[in-house]
Design a protein. Structure first.
Length: 269
């Protein structure tokens, strides 16, 4: 595998409530369980205990969530043409019932906001560290679809860490064959790249409306294969609908911090 020059960390995003909007932060800490503190701290579930997220509920895309991490509040809003409840702000610690009532009014069925799991509610429960993609990848993949720019593609893919690297698919260097780990560092924090993320239906949809982009998955798979770097691929690619890298955080780095602008270096370079 080609391990080329180091890059720097361009942005950090946490998603306080699974499936709702993210928040850009200047620095982040690894929690005791290995995920980013404040990332997927809460989740919304239905009466059967199933997640209410973009995979299962298209309308969740239409909910705008504006978080104040310091005050631990969220302001929820949705387009009025949805006959949505009026925009309102709620405390994440002391008014989860208010969040539940607002979302139930919008969705038309009862939901609960859960937040009792100290590990949070990561998308990949085995490789539950921060997810990683590069600026070059966001720009390249956005170019495959008319009217989509890199900022929108970031919202579709929902990464935690974006590395400032112009080369498309730079982050594919952060995984090896199945069963292997690739150690890299963000500042002083060690992470282990595990696998290329298997994508779901969420990236195929407009992140504001939930409307499907026609032919998205087919176009993605075609172009992913055509643009696969020679040092990428490998036995993870039983199909080509994979993008972004899932990670694990070794115990030695839990509790540590990194920040935007830190160097991102593959350990054996």
């Amino acid at each position: 595998m080609d391990h080329s020059a180091a890059a720097t960390l361009d942005s950090i995003t946490v998603y306080p409530v699974k499936a709702l909007d993210g928040v850009g932060v200047d620095d982040a800490r690894i929690g005791d369980a290995g995920g980013l503190v404040r990332d997927r701290e809460f989740a919304v579930v239905d009466a059967d205990g199933d997640y209410v997220n973009g995979k299962n509920e298209r309308r969740i895309h239409r909910v705008s969530a504006d978080f104040d991490l310091g005050r631990r509040t969220v302001r929820l809003a949705a387009p009025r043409d949805d006959d949505a409840p009026a925009a309102a702000e709620f405390g994440l610690d002391d008014d989860r019932g208010g969040v539940e009532s607002w979302l139930a009014d919008f969705l038309g069925y009862d939901v609960s906001v859960v937040g009792e799991d100290p590990a949070g509610y990561p998308d990949d429960e085995e490789a539950d560290g921060p997810t990683v993609v590069s600026t070059g990848t966001l720009a390249e993949v956005a170019s495959w679809f008319d009217g989509v720019d890199a900022a929108e593609m970031k919202r579709r893919l929902r990464p935690n860490l974006v590395v400032d690297a112009a080369e498309a698919f730079w982050e594919d260097r952060l995984f090896g064959s199945r069963g292997d780990r690739v150690r890299f560092r963000v500042g002083d924090v060690a992470l282990d790249g595990v696998n290329p993320c298997q994508r779901c239906v969420v990236p195929t949809r407009d992140p504001d409306t939930g409307e499907a982009t026609p032919g998205f998955r087919e176009r993605f798979v075609e172009r992913r294969r055509e643009t696969m770097p020679p040092w990428s691929g490998g036995d993870w690619f039983d199909h080509d609908y994979r993008l972004m890298v899932n990670t694990e955080v070794p115990a030695s780095s839990r509790g540590d911090r990194f920040r935007v602008g830190d160097d991102v270096v593959i350990a054996d370079e």
